[in-house]
Structures are given as C-alpha cells and as structure tokens.
Design a protein around this ligand. Sequence first.
Ligand code: ADE
Length: 289
Amino acid sequence: MNYYVLTLFPEMIENGMHTSIIGRAIAGGCLSLETVNIRDYSLTGNGRIDDYPYGGGAGMVMQAEPICRAYEDLVQRIGKRPRVVYLTPQGRVFSQQMAEEFAREQDLIFLCGHYEGIDERVLEEIVTDHVSIGDYVLTGGELPAMVMMDAIARMVPGVLSNRESGQYESFQDGLLEYPQYSRPEEWRGKQVPPVLLSGHHGNVERWRRDQSLLRTLKNRPELLAGAELDKKDRSFLRSLLDETPTGQDGQEPDAGCGTSGTAGMGDGKGLTPEEKKILTKLLAFSEKA
Ligand code: ADE
C-alpha cells in the first residue's frame, strides 16, 4: 500500500506515521508514505495558497490551482491516478467496512484541507471519495487522514504480526470485543472473572461471546440489530431481561476505579429499563427473522 498525502502540514503526518506499528511497517516496506506540501505549489512566490471567500463570510479558502498543481505533479511522478480521499465533516462516515474496501487499493491519495475549506472546483476535478471520521469538526484533515491510514494499514498483509492481528477484533464480526484481563488475579479488590481461570475453553468462549453481546447492547445497540445471533446468543440475551438491576435507579454498577466487586461492566447484571426495552424489541425481531 502506497499512501500519498497532500497537506499544508507534512511534518504532522510524518511525525504521526513514523511511529509504533505503522512506523515499523513503513520501515519494513509493507507501506510507503509520501507527503506533498501544497504550499510548494503556491502561485505567488511567498507561499500563499488561500484567499477570501467569494460571497463574503469568515475565514479563508484554499485555492484550487496550488492543490491541482500539487496533485498533477504527484500523478505524473507515480504514473497513475489513484483514488483521492478528501477528509471533510461533510463526507461519508468512515467505518471498518470502508477500511477493508480501501485496503484493496494499491495506492491512495489523501487531500487534507485547512481553514474554511477548499475551492469546490478542484474538489470536483480530482476527488473520488469524501470521507468524515465522525460528527465533529477538527481544525484540519491531517488527523482524519492518519486515522484512516492507520485503520486501512491494519488490513494490509504483513503490517500486523500474528500476535497483533488477533487484537482489536471489535466490529469484524459485527459485535464489540469482550473485556480482557491480565495478571494479577486480584487488583485493588477487583477479581478476574473466575471462568477465565477455569481452563475450560468452551466456557471461556461462551463467556466472551456473552460479554460481547452485552457490551454491544449497552454501548452500540444498533450494531446488535445487524449482528447474526444464534440460539445460544438469544438465550443469553433473553436471560438478561429477567435479571434485576444491581445499581441505583436501574443504573449500571460502578464501572470506574472503585474498590470492590468483579472487574468490568460486563458481569451480566443490571440492564436499565431503556436497555431492556431495546433488547425486547431486538429479540422479537431476531426471533421472527
Ligand atoms: N476535517 C475536519 N473535521 C473533520 C472530520 N470530522 N472528518 C474528516 N475531516 C475533517
């Protein structure tokens, strides 16, 4: 995978990307990264690349010509016209599925804007994909580009070691990941769930699946609606409807750095009335399907 980034802040991209797992993948040749400073393509000798917006309004707009020149120079050098991703809060919201799809490309160009935006005409000319990383506004496209490059890189063969590739599987089967624990067995009065110490592989797998279901129900119920549920999943979820909340006012038990109890939110207890309502609907739907 070859990444190219058109930006006013190449050092931000270089610093972020030459670190940790992605840095190792670049050094090892699984990924390549080239940043292009749009300012180098300024029309004036002084590096200016923005101007006032037609029609008035606050802020400055990045001009079409420097961006187009930077892009044309790049495609000339690499000899092809890869997809061009423009990072913008007005784009399609990035997802794991999109990361998988982009990972099938050999080359990707990311265009990072700043200020109030970019002259629409150059976007019409060169951009193939408008992508947002979420419903909030950042100061520029560099961090979103790095978020995308990181998520896409994880899908590129050789980027993750075998040990790493099993990690962070959330979303890959449509559910959030179950909680993890390591030594010691007891930390500040919190015990590791006993099933994880039992050595019974089948029970551990079932517990993990149940915790994934519970966590998804609590944090991202809309994902649960799209997940494939088997008989055992439905039976576990149904059992949650019969449990009484353990916290006050149907709230969850303390999941912070408290001093007692079994660690984590996922001990199966304490659905709020709202969560029970969602789950009841979900089960009715899933049993009909
Ligand atoms: N630029 C500014 N905010 C952004 C966002 N949320 N996603 C993508 N690009 C952006």
